[in-house]
Write a protein that binds this ligand. Structure first.
Ligand code: 1PW
Length: 216
């Protein structure tokens, strides 16, 4: 089953998960699709080369924390990001000042994935407007510097920047995505990126509304 999933990997399916996240009313972000989308992103990163496993390892750890909540007795509280925030805040399960009693709250764990999703969004948006001459490493580094890097200490910024230099070129990148020709990749990105943007925006608003954007 696993092998099959890897063989059939397409970035198209990953982005479709982010569309499904929004459910029918476009208000709640559904946890299982969010995590499924992230699992696809991890596969994507892993197929970009072993150097990226350092990047994907942390995402994997965080996905596992969230799956743990989804498989617990409190499973229904974690059906959406909205229900998670309401439940964890009401039950005082979130460390607001300093990581202590609840070091792996769902709220702080999702916040890390949420910040990383912004990077992906900026990067794919650049790819969407790129030309055959554009360098993936430059696009990736610029997207990172504009987003996630602001939350990372120097040593991670350094390691990440070195890893980006090893990114395959634009054509190879399109191959790894497994979507088709570069025209088809562009069409797919144009169709799918608004959903990623919407998931990001709804999550951002939810966290801002509850003052959760700086969780330790
Ligand atoms: C080319 C495709 C790009 C897709 C995107 C992104 C995944 C990003 C993961 C970056 C991880 C870098 C190393 C880990 C750093 C952690 O310290 C940091 N995690 C994240 C996701 O930024 C913060 O988590 P922590 O240490 O507070 O638990």
């Amino acid at each position: 089953k696993m092998t099959e999933a890897v063989e059939n990997f397409s970035l198209k399916d990953v982005l479709a998960d982010f569309k499904s996240c929004l459910g029918n009313d476009n208000q709640a972000v559904l946890m299982d699709y969010y995590l499924s989308g992230w699992k696809g992103l991890v596969k994507f990163m892993n197929s970009l080369g072993t150097i990226f496993t350092f990047v994907s390892k942390d995402a994997v750890a965080k996905i596992q924390i969230m799956e743990g909540y989804r498989n617990s007795a409190e499973s229904d509280k974690y059906i959406s990001l909205q229900s998670m925030v309401a439940y964890e805040l009401a039950a005082k399960l979130v460390d607001l000042e300093k990581r202590s009693d609840h070091p792996n709250s769902g709220c702080r764990t999702i916040l890390r994935l949420h910040r990383a999703l912004r990077w992906l969004q900026l990067f794919l948006d650049r790819l969407k407007t790129s030309t055959a001459e554009s360098k993936t490493s430059t696009m990736c580094t610029n997207a990172y510097n504009e987003s996630l890097s602001n939350y990372h200490p120097w040593i991670i910024r350094k390691t990440a920047t070195v890893a980006f230099c090893a990114l395959p070129n634009r054509d190879a990148f399109f191959d790894v995505m497994n979507v088709g020709t570069s025209d088809e990749v562009m069409a797919m990105l144009n169709e799918a990126m608004p959903y990623v943007a919407e998931v990001y925006e709804i999550t951002q608003q939810l966290y801002a509304q509850h003052n959760l954007l700086d969780l330790p």
